[in-house]
Design a protein around this ligand. Structure first.
Ligand SMILES: *Cc1c(COP(=O)(O)O)cnc(C)c1O
Length: 468
């Protein structure tokens, strides 16, 4: 499989290349040159497979020659063997129409583990081949940092430096990062906000003195391999509910548009997806874009669902590219205008194409709490704020055929957002036993001033330079 940039000017790469590359050199995002397609019979033959085997079958066309099937299966078996549920991503029934897909049974209790556990293994595999070294630098307001650290802790040829704003992440989130004591993990508490930390990371990616010596890499959801790993659970859920004979709808709590784009990819591959519902909180740029064609960034309002508090959704570019007929020059133009004015109008072609599959809904705090109460009072299910936003959108969706089940993606374990759950339903969710000693473990992190030079010197003193 060959990958091309959404902005049409970066060199094409194979799967190994895009996994290590992150952003394309023309500022675009990598996508497969064509969507691989499974027949009705291919999909029917996937029913009943263990998750790791299903993952190998769904991902093999994207991986191509970069990994032999038995090697890819070894990696998916290792990655998903670390999940605490034998089904990896189990489905839970709510009522005759509504279902939850629990994506939070990985080591750090958020759906990001599904992709990052595999990505950590892919990094190790490809770096060993090239005898090269990667230095991951990231800023986190919570979930991504802990999932990325867990995925690469102790792995050869990778160092990770994760910045978090000192005193501004929850104790659970901080401890999930700082109690990982592997020597290749470096936690940095920055004096300042998340945006300050993020700005320092961006500056480091553009600092030739750093990038000249070190293989600096990102682990955010612009990485194609992350999206690819997320396609698998759309297949897993749909097969359980009767695909390929029956169509399925999904409701997805959306921030950077990575998770829902994976559902879009599943549909392009032949999975019978009736609809993808893009659920946003009051930070509703995507709802405005899909409902009105107006993709314009505002200011971020902090909510109880912080992983959806975004201004700009980086993966939306991949949809615009595909929906706009894969015209790299057109998209490069659109994105240049967006970067200058923070606003973009979708073309009619983009809107029409998106509308075949995607609808959107927005939930404010009251709607979110009402969804948490409904799940608890009527189904005995405790759900986190992100999941609640998507469940609200699933329950108000109109025009779906009566026999189409609606699957809400449950993206975080409720105990990760215990205070918000307590406020909504009056119950404090308990952390699962396997992370229950989190508060007894030793923590390790360094605190640095909110000053770029201090962070740069810290990283360059500890990272391993790349070879050659
Ligand atoms: C990251 C995250 C999301 C948003 O996913 P995107 O792929 O960025 O759209 C939703 N819920 C939770 C709990 C998350 O951690």
């Amino acid at each position: 499989m060959i990958y091309v940039s959404t902005r049409g000017r970066a060199p094409a790469l194979d799967f190994e290349g895009v996994t290590l590359a992150g952003l394309a050199s023309d500022g675009g995002l990598y996508v497969p040159e064509t969507w691989p397609r499974f027949s009705h019979d291919d999909i029917a033959a996937m029913a009943g497979l263990p998750y790791a085997e299903l993952a190998q079958r769904v991902m093999q066309p994207f991986v191509g020659d970069s990994l032999a099937p038995d090697r890819l299966l070894a990696l998916t078996t290792a990655a998903y063997g670390r999940f605490s549920h034998a089904a990896v991503t189990p489905l839970v029934q709510l009522d005759e129409k509504q279902w939850l897909l629990e994506l939070f049974h990985g080591p750090t209790l958020a759906f990001k583990d599904v992709a990052l556990q595999l990505l950590g293994l892919l990094f190790e595999e490809f770096l060993a081949r090239r005898d090269d070294h990667l230095t991951i630098v990231g800023a986190t307001s919570g979930d991504t940092g802990s999932a990325a650290i867990d995925a690469v802790a102790g792995r050869a040829k990778v160092d990770i430096f994760m910045l978090h704003p000192h005193g501004r992440v929850s104790a659970v989130q901080r401890r999930q990062m700082t109690t990982v004591l592997a020597p290749n993990v470096h936690n940095i508490a920055i004096d300042g906000s998340f945006d300050d930390a993020q700005a320092m990371v961006k500056r480091m990616f553009n600092d030739g003195a750093v990038t000249g010596r070190f293989g600096i890499a990102a682990v955010n959801s612009i990485n194609w391999a992350r999206l690819m790993a997320q396609v698998v659970y759309y297949f897993a859920a749909a097969l359980q509910l009767g695909a390929p004979q029956r169509k399925i709808a999904f409701s997805v709590p959306t921030g950077n548009f990575g998770d829902v784009f994976a559902g879009y990819v599943a549909a392009q591959m032949g999975l019978p997806v009736e609809r993808l519902i893009v659920a946003t909180n009051v930070n509703d740029i995507l709802h405005r874009a899909l409902a009105q064609g107006d993709y314009s960034a505002g200011t971020v309002t902090p909510t109880a669902a912080p992983s959806m508090d975004i201004q700009v959704s980086s993966n939306f570019e991949r949809l615009l590219y595909d929906a706009g007929g894969r015209d790299g020059a057109l998209l490069a133009d659109q994105m240049a205008r967006f970067e200058a004015t923070k606003a973009l109008q979708l073309t009619n072609a983009q809107r029409d194409h998106a509308a075949h599959l995607l609808t959107s809904a927005r939930a404010d705090a009251d709607a979110m709490i009402a969804a948490q109460r409904w799940a608890f009072d009527h189904c005995g299910q405790v759900i986190d704020p992100h999941t609640a936003i998507a469940l609200h959108a699933a329950r108000i969706a109109e025009g779906l055929p009566a026999d189409v089940p609606v699957v809400t993606l449950a993206t975080a374990h409720p105990a990760k957002f215990g205070d918000a759950v307590m406020a909504a339903i009056g119950q404090q969710p308990v952390l699962p036993a396997r992370v229950g000693d989190l508060f007894d473990r030793e923590e390790r992190y360094d605190r640095l001033p909110g000053d770029y030079a201090a962070v740069r010197d810290y990283v360059t003193a500890r990272a391993t330079p790349r070879n050659g």
